[in-house]
Design a protein around this ligand. Structure first.
Ligand SMILES: [Cu+2]
Length: 384
């Protein structure tokens, strides 16, 4: 609020100053003898040096930005293909920085060198084929190389070998949450359809499908380190985008179709937390949170808990009012930990069964009634 007021005051001051100079102009106060509207050598010189001033501003701001915010981008990729994505990104940055550094200097230097001078006329210059060829061919070759490397990296990343030993996981997007379904022992997801959505069967799993019997539905995803995870994405309502920043992976979730992506996690959550860059980052975040907590507590509100790092799945398409809050915790376990966790999970069939056994709120369960609903086949969702 204070900063907004400061901005308003500054803008008003600027307007006032501008109006004052206009009044001075009108009253001829402080105006030089040359009141011509045509630029003279003095004006042109000033514009020439201002060009250099702007160039200096560009570079100083770029260097300042790199020093101040250069540590914000994510560090080590947590997936096997991540290094390739980072490599492509770094090459692109180097190209952009080099080209920008050269062209900006030339642009402002020539603007200065060929500034207007009295009695000097511009040279009429039709064209130069050699120059045109140079500045067309060099960017074309460089960009073609970059695109080819990008395509190569993309096909490498997107290739999913059907025979490979993977863990199949479905990610179900809806406004505004993620739900995951692990394919279970058979590693095949059962059929699912929005028409089967009922009660705890929030993903619409077809409970009569043999492949669905061992499917496990969770809201906090665990995956094992070192194994390829084959994700299949569905959306219930609008376009969402499954974004795993630490794994350098993103895929759109489109209503009415299944999209896919696979990656292999290479660090467990515990290992990633122990990385020096991560320790530093978390310490910095907690410093900020501690400061904020002091402010909050002074206002009589509860303070903030310290932050611990976790991999996240985010939504990267603006899908509605609570889009910002659409996320799911992803935990990478060692294969042993994963097995243990998996063994503790209930299958979706068991979940549905349990929910049918429980009496509805306000209803007293008659013993016979509960028994009647004891089979999954009795669930309406299972009838085809
Ligand atoms: Cu979304």
């Amino acid at each position: 609020m204070t900063s907004l007021l400061v901005i308003i005051v500054l803008v008003l001051l600027a307007i006032a100053l501008w109006q004052l100079t206009k009044i001075f102009d009108l009253t001829q106060v402080g105006v030089s003898s040359d009141s011509s509207q045509v630029a003279n050598d003095k004006d042109n010189n000033l514009q020439g040096y201002l060009m250099f001033g702007f160039l200096a501003f560009l570079y100083i701001f770029t260097i300042y930005g790199l020093l101040k915010w250069g540590n914000l981008p994510l560090h080590n990729p947590a997936s096997a293909h991540g290094a390739q994505v980072d490599n492509l990104m770094n090459i692109t940055w180097i190209l952009i920085f080099t080209v920008q550094a050269i062209t900006q200097v030339l642009l402002y230097y020539f603007a200065f060198k060929y500034k207007g001078k009295k009695d000097q006329k511009a040279l009429y210059f039709a064209d130069n084929n050699k120059l045109e060829a140079i500045w067309s061919i060099i960017p074309a070759v460089v960009l073609a190389g970059l695109i080819l490397y990008g395509l190569y990296a993309w096909t490498n990343i997107m290739f999913i070998d059907e025979d490979e030993d993977t863990v199949v996981v479905e990610l179900y997007a809806q406004q505004f949450k993620w739900t995951a379904r692990i394919a279970g022992e058979d590693n095949v997801l059962g059929k699912a359809n929005v028409r089967y959505i009922e009660g705890v069967n929030t993903l619409g799993v077809d409970l009569s499908d043999p492949n669905a019997q061992d499917d496990i539905v969770v809201t906090e995803l665990h995956i094992p380190k070192g194994k390829k995870i084959h994700f299949k994405f569905r959306s219930q309502d609008v376009l969402h985008s499954a974004y795993f920043p630490h794994f350098r992976a993103q895929m759109n979730c489109v209503p009415g179709m299944v999209t896919e992506f696979a990656f292999t996690p290479i660090y467990t959550t515990a290992e990633y937390r122990e990385m020096p860059e991560m320790i530093e980052k978390v310490a910095h975040i907690n410093e900020l949170r501690a400061k904020k907590s002091v402010e909050l507590i002074a206002k009589g509100q509860p303070g903030l808990d310290p932050y611990t790092f976790d991999y996240l799945l985010l939504c990267n398409k603006i899908c509605g009012a609570s889009h910002y809050n659409m996320q799911m915790k992803v935990i990478v376990d060692t294969p042993e930990e994963y097995k243990k966790w998996l063994a503790q999970q209930k299958t979706v069939v068991q979940e549905v069964k349990a929910s049918l056994e429980q009496p509805a709120e306000g209803e007293s369960a008659a013993p016979g009634e509960a028994k009647e609903k004891d089979t999954v086949a009795a669930a309406p969702v299972a009838m085809k």
